[in-house]
Design a binder for this molecule. Structure first.
Ligand code: TRP
Length: 335
């Protein structure tokens, strides 16, 4: 594993089934790229998952699916640490200490809690409320310096920084670093293939709206062929995409997959119809996604092997978190 490099990355992903192209272009692809320049710790956050009700059998499956997907996408266990959160008790331990550092007033401001709890707040779990202190513990148990997250997690990261500072001041120590958010600004939001104004979602009842990371090459090509479009040709400039959400989405996906800017894609395809653009996009998507789904499906045939890799990752994670927790306990006065 890389020693100092440019710093230490920590990021987490919830164990949910139906990972799709939106997850890939929004987060996973970036996680893979970061492995070259940072020491990376990636975590399937199963403790966070149970802040809302889960079916145990489904949860067990989803943890392995997400792990398999990350491995298939190119998270390299030789380079990076990959594990599921519940295997490393230091997360929950540090979260408790942070529950005694963070203030009710801070958590009351968290917009994700308000959204997820909805109208029936009295019925939300205490865990859902304390979700951000666990996330702070995830990051700070490793003294991570950089945290790639989506825009929706920015507030939680700011809270993490506040908790780090409050801990340091409470115990009069320059102990925790201030982790930097790495918000992926350029990541195009991947929208439904059937409706360019709603996000591609694992929970959409229609499977035709998304490209799953378990789809076969044929499925992928068919879904792109049938994706909703409009009758116009593609514009040569970005502002020509305004008011054309389906065209914009497909151009965004092309850009995301190819690593090119949308403007660059338009400079190639401007003036062409979807009869030309869609086959090019399908070819690109099949080339990138089909090998991931094939590898993921292969990995999922052997649960024991996935579990063994997660266990190995957990041991590596513990080796970093354990001495940090030991120091925390000294500072707090437990030892
Ligand atoms: N809350 C994050 C999400 O829903 C997942 C997460 C948990 C995370 N712990 C983290 C992300 C630590 C970054 C760092 O996307």
């Amino acid at each position: 594993m890389g020693e100092a490099k440019n710093g230490r990355i920590f990021s987490g992903v919830q164990p949910t089934g139906n990972l799709h192209l939106g997850n890939y272009l929004g987060a996973i692809k970036n996680w893979i790229a970061l492995q070259d320049d940072f020491e990376c710790i990636y975590c399937v956050v199963d403790l966070h998952a149970i802040t809302v009700p889960q079916d145990p059998a489904v949860l067990r499956r989803s943890i392995r699916e997400v792990a398999a997907c990350l491995m298939a996408s190119g998270i390299n266990p030789e380079k990076s640490i990959l594990f599921n959160q519940s295997r490393v008790p230091q997360h929950a331990e540090l979260a408790w200490i942070f529950n005694c550092v963070a203030r009710l007033g801070w958590l009351n401001r968290m917009t994700q809690f308000k959204e997820k709890a909805g109208k029936n707040r009295e019925n939300a779990t205490v865990g859902l409320y304390a979700y951000p202190t666990l996330m702070a513990a995830d990051i700070l148990a490793y003294k991570a310096t950089h945290v790639p997250v989506g825009e929706d997690q920015k507030q939680h990261l700011e809270l993490t920084r506040d908790i780090a500072a409050a801990f340091n001041s409470m115990f009069d120590a320059e102990f925790f670093p201030q982790p930097e958010p790495q918000i992926q600004a350029t990541a195009a939001r991947v929208m439904s293939l059937r409706d360019g104004s709603s996000k591609m979602s694992k929970s959409d009842v229609s499977d035709a709206t998304r490209i799953n990371l378990t789809d076969s090459a044929d499925d992928i090509a068919q879904k792109i062929k049938r994706a909703k479009t409009d009758p116009e040709v593609l514009p040569s400039e970005m502002d020509g995409l305004e008011g054309r959400p389906e065209a914009a989405n497909l151009v965004g996906i092309f850009a995301g997959l190819s690593g090119r800017s949308q403007a660059d894609v338009l400079s190639e395809f401007g003036g062409q119809g979807f009869g030309v653009f869609k086959p090019a996009l399908a070819e690109l998507a099949v080339m990138q996604i089909a090998p991931i789904s094939a590898e993921m499906n292969k990995l999922l045939e052997d649960d024991a092997q996935i579990d063994a890799l997660l266990e190995k990752g957990a041991e590596q994670a513990k080796a970093i978190a354990d001495p940090i927790l030991a120091e925390v306990k000294k500072l707090v006065g437990f030892a």
